[in-house]
Design a protein around this ligand. Structure first.
Ligand code: KG4
Ligand code: ZN
Length: 342
């Protein structure tokens, strides 16, 4: 018998994603984004995002079904992001998922979006091992997770105490007058800069913090240091060397992320590190993670950038894992949980 056909729906923020997965095979994945509409405001406007989901959902679903070459009636279960995310955006996806599940007479699984960022790695490469350490880095989250079973047993080891990695990059992008979202622009400039030209502090580097916050991150002090550097250069009439600032800033963020992720693998005796989330498109993160995992004898799994940003495949992958693990579906009364725990 073939594996069940899972329809995955993602609508936590500005991306409307729909994907179809059978077992660990991705049949199709279609994403629409409202980012262009938000860009001129310099940040996500929740109401615009919710409306865009409403407009994009059916066309996105139709394209995903067509690309997979399946009919809606063949779907065996529906999985949807139940949180964390923007309540209005989540509500659109959850309402659609429930309506589809009820009309098809199939179960619906409300799953955790953050864990989905890790699950997708099993669709775009070899199957994931049962146990691994996960690093999820995006504009909304920077979390270090210990995974014993993707669908049923995920523990948060640590996370950011203030800004998420992508958020810190976006804020530094704004400080340097770069377009929103600044992350990819800061990354691009960083590649042209000299890492040693400016020295920025690492968050939580003091001895007492290293103990207490072994797996936590903090980027707001770093962002303030960048702001002071820019102000003092401008105040003294010097040119702000944006590429050097970006390189040093990027190094500080990625040094913390990769060092702590590798440390967690060693502490938890895991030989695989899985990285996901929109920020994992960052070139220095990929380089440092590869170098440090190789040195520590760890297997590094980072999906191609397209599957790192929010998408329906990550949700379908997690739904498929829930079905495989025999988990009960969600009760039909479930709603959005903007700060959903693991
Ligand atoms: O996962 P994602 O698409 O959306 C959520 O935040 O959930 O991640 C988007 C974030 C933004 O903050 C964006 O600036 C950042 O990821 N980002 C990057 C890069 N590409 C995307 N940050 C640094 N370097 C990049 N290459
Ligand atoms: Zn995300």
């Amino acid at each position: 018998m073939s594996s069940p056909l899972i329809l995955g729906i993602e609508s936590t923020c500005d991306e409307t994603g729909v994907a179809l997965v059978r077992g660990e095979t991705l049949l199709s994945e279609v994403t629409a984004t409202s980012m262009e509409e938000h860009a001129r405001y310099g940040g996500i406007i929740p109401e615009i995002a919710s409306r865009a989901h409403l407009e994009s959902f059916l066309p996105t679903l139709d394209s995903a079904l067509e690309q997979a070459g399946v009919n809606l009636e063949e779907v065996d279960a529906v999985a949807v992001s139940a949180g964390p995310g923007l309540v209005g955006s989540l509500t659109v996806g959850i309402s659609a998922a429930k309506a589809l599940a009820a009309s098809l007479g199939v179960p619906v699984y409300g799953v955790n979006h953050v864990v989905g960022h890790l699950a997708v790695a099993g669709l775009v490469g070899e199957s994931l091992p049962q146990r691994f350490v996960g690093l999820v880095v995006s504009g909304g989250h920077s979390s270090l997770l210990s995974v014993r079973d993707l669908a049923a047993d995920v523990e948060e080891l640590g996370g950011t105490l203030d800004d998420a990695a992508g958020e810190a990059f976006d804020k530094v992008g704004r400080l340097l007058g770069l377009p929103y979202p600044g992350g990819p622009h800061v990354d691009r400039l960083a590649r042209e800069g000299d890492v040693t030209a400016v020295r920025f502090p690492r968050g939580l580097a003091a001895a007492k913090d290293r103990q207490r916050h072994r797996y936590d991150f903090s980027f707001s002090g770093l962002k303030t240091a960048v702001a002071r550097h820019v102000e003092s250069a401008q105040g003294s009439g010097e040119e702000v060397r944006r590429a050097d600032v970006c390189a040093a800033f990027s190094e500080a963020v990625n040094d913390s992320l990769t060092a702590k992720a590798v440390q967690a693998c060693l502490d938890y005796d895991c030989d695989t590190l899985v990285v996901g989330g929109g920020f994992s498109a960052n070139s220095r993160l990929r380089q440092l993670a590869a170098r440090r995992c190789e040195a520590a004898g760890l297997d590094l799994r980072i999906p191609p950038p397209r599957y790192c940003t929010d998408n329906g495949a990550q949700i379908a992958a997690l739904g498929a894992a829930a079905v495989r693990s025999g988990l009960p579906p969600s009760p039909m009364g479930f709603g959005p949980d903007s700060s959903m725990p693991l």
